[in-house]
Design a protein around this ligand. Structure first.
Ligand SMILES: [Zn+2]
Length: 403
């Protein structure tokens, strides 16, 4: 299978190393509010990737992080006059309900960053002792000049980077040196005391801490939406390689296009978001999935409620076909004979080619139409038993619940 790798700017072959286990890490949400359709677009894409890898015979170890230590959470807690854990717990639980409702079921582990502070501190200390990070007035920064070409993920030259600022502060060695540890007053919320001083770990180090703990070393794929490429993933990559000395530490960096609303990114901060809860009131989870899978995952596009509405309709033929067929469960047994089938080969080819879900979905819809047509032409239901394994295989790969 090929996946477009942001790092190489080419479609690279997916490979599991140890014991056929494909390890993937996807950046999850900050639990400061309910997740919205933009999140759903991303998580559904990675859910389909994991489903297809499983169908293709890989074992998948899929980790997602939850950012539950963040200024936005502390601000909201202050506004509502509650403990910050009350905010993070509330939205963490809502998040779990939302992704379950969306049938995103392939995630093996959901890890909260507040459980990895000690691990983050350990990584920072490794980088300080190897001279890849430095302390500055109680803060700690990563020295980007010590990285194996900082900017290689976002494809920016040193000249371009010099014009950028990350975590601006006087005295930093390079303008894009980023915070690993942020000094805070002892009275601040979520503050910690350690050898690095009083403060909190930076945002980027949290994912590295979880990845090192869960995977123990290099892994296959790290993903998220394109907005995370710089500085978040660029910083993560630099840390991972600085700590481990392994280059590359992550083989493939996979990014999903953004969901826009009137040309702007859908986000909490812009106040233009449609939450999953709201969306599910008028559209089924399958329709939301259908709508996103009709677009390639790398595409950024404007959300269209019209298109979402028509997805509800277009899904009907798949639902209708599912009712005419014997129940699922036979798919696995009969898969072998499918390998001979032209449609299956084409479907597999589309999925293998950088997850071409628009094409794959088109094939499922075409098959569903044929099943429905045959069902109408003949009263002999036996006649339509043959496409059942293929149909269910496609439905399960794309992740429709068809409840
Ligand atoms: Zn992240």
């Amino acid at each position: 299978m090929l996946i477009f790798n942001t790092l190489s700017r080419a479609k690279d072959t997916i490979q599991s190393k140890e014991g056929n286990i494909f390890k993937m890490f996807i950046c999850g949400p900050t639990v400061q509010d309910n997740i919205h359709l933009g999140h759903a677009k991303t998580y559904i894409a990675f859910d389909v990737l994991a489903r297809w890898l499983l169908k293709s015979g890989h074992k998948v170890f899929f980790v997602m992080n939850i950012t539950d230590i963040d200024d936005k959470i502390f601000e909201r807690a202050k506004k509502e006059n509650v403990q910050h854990t009350q905010i993070s717990n509330r939205f963490f639980n809502d998040f779990l309900k939302d992704i379950e409702a969306l049938n995103v079921v392939t995630i093996s582990k959901i890890e909260r960053v507040s459980d990895y502070v000690k691990e983050a501190i350990d990584l920072i200390q490794i980088m300080v002792s190897s001279g890849k990070a430095y302390a500055l007035e109680g803060n700690c920064y990563f020295d980007t000049s010590k990285a194996d070409h900082f900017g290689k993920l976002s494809h920016q030259s040193d000249f371009q980077l010099r014009l950028k600022q990350i975590d601006a502060a006087p005295g930093k060695r390079n303008s894009v040196d980023f915070l690993l540890w942020r000094k805070m007053s002892e009275t601040s919320e979520g503050v910690l005391e350690c050898a690095l001083g009083t403060g909190r770990p930076g945002w980027h180090i949290e994912d590295s801490a979880i990845a090192f703990s869960q995977f123990g070393g290099p892994y296959e794929l790290h993903g998220g939406a394109t907005e995370l490429i710089f500085p978040h993933h660029e910083a993560e990559l630099a840390q991972d390689e600085a700590v481990s000395g392994e280059i590359p530490f992550v083989s493939i960096w996979m990014h999903t296009g953004l969901l826009l609303k009137d040309g702007e990114k859908m986000s909490k901060s812009l106040g233009n978001m449609i939450t999953i809860k709201e969306a599910l009131k008028s559209h089924s989870a399958d329709a939301i999935r259908y709508y996103f899978l009709k677009h390639h995952y790398r595409e950024s596009f404007n959300v269209s409620l019209e298109e979402l509405k028509s997805a509800n309709k277009e899904l009907d033929v798949i639902v209708e076909a599912s009712k005419l067929l014997p129940k699922r469960g036979r798919a696995a047994k009969e898969l072998k004979s499918l390998l001979e089938k032209e449609t299956f080969r084409k479907f597999a080819h589309a999925m293998d080619d950088d997850l071409d879900t628009p094409k794959a979905l088109g094939m499922l819809t075409k098959l569903a139409r044929e099943i429905v047509q045959t069902g109408k032409d003949s009263r002999e239901k036996d006649q339509i038993q043959d496409p059942a394994p293929l149909f269910w295989h496609m439905v399960e790969t794309l992740g429709f619940g068809l409840f």
